[in-house]
Design a protein around this ligand. Structure first.
Ligand SMILES: [Zn+2]
Length: 238
């Protein structure tokens, strides 16, 4: 391309003049006071050596640690189950982890016992560094109901209170990270849309479980609900 053509196209894009080439950096997302980073379930249970370890789960930690300073508002979630929880295969005789069962609110995937309240397994990963996080929201604490989403429990009715908290603080947009992409991250992002927020999933700050094609299915469902898929490099560093 000739220089003249380049300058012309730059002008057409509104990049000419004082903005210069810094304008390209300005194309990145700069989360402000009305945005929140949501760090979903970065807990020992979902990390290497945990009771429900997500493959590559530990790899999200450095990405989230690097993103955190760019956000004024951060919410952290914890899966927080009772012993003998309805989502545990061990609760039912003859059921194995990763099979399903029917519960009052629909089909429930049965998991190994994981993230039991107060155990080290349920604690946040030690390497996770989000000291400015303002809210830790726990979910899945009703014995008879699961809660993948940080907004609503599995009956799609019982609120966790997160939507009210974010709205009361004037937050309009959420950026969802953590574990696992195809379950708690996806349900959180889709319920954020349902509650009226703009929602992004930062893909390289998540890892999936991918149970019978669930990862591809989750991305498709999220796209259909208007959840946007971005990478951590799309966020302007602090
Ligand atoms: Zn769980």
């Amino acid at each position: 391309m000739h220089r003249r053509t380049l300058v012309k196209s730059a002008a057409a894009l509104g990049l000419a003049g004082g903005l210069g080439f810094n304008a390209f950096a300005a194309g990145k997302i700069k989360p402000g006071a009305k945005a929140a980073l949501i760090v979903v379930d970065v807990q020992n249970c979902f990390l290497d050596g945990g009771t429900l370890a997500v493959k590559g789960g530990n790899e999200v930690i450095p990405v989230i640690n690097a993103l955190a300073p760019a956000f004024e508002n951060i919410v952290v979630t914890q899966d927080w189950h009772t012993a003998g929880h309805a989502s545990f295969a061990s609760t039912y005789s003859g059921k194995k982890p990763f099979e399903t069962t029917k519960l009052s609110y629909g089909t429930q995937v049965l998991w190994p016992d994981h993230c039991v309240q107060g155990t080290d397994d349920a604690a946040l990963g030690k390497e996770l560094k989000v000291p400015t996080a303002q809210l830790v929201i726990r979910k899945g604490f009703h014995k008879d109901m699961d809660s993948y989403s940080a907004f609503e429990e599995a009956d799609h009715k019982t609120a966790t209170g997160l939507a009210g908290y974010l709205k009361a603080r004037g937050i309009k947009t959420v950026y969802v990270t953590g574990l696992a992409t195809d379950f708690c991250v996806a349900w959180t992002a889709m319920d954020a849309r349902k509650a009226g927020f703009d929602a992004y999933v930062i893909e390289d700050a998540t890892r999936g479980i991918d149970l019978n094609g669930s990862l591809a299915a989750a991305w498709k469902q999220m796209a259909a609900k208007g959840v946007k898929r971005i990478q951590s490099a799309d966020i302007q560093a602090a």
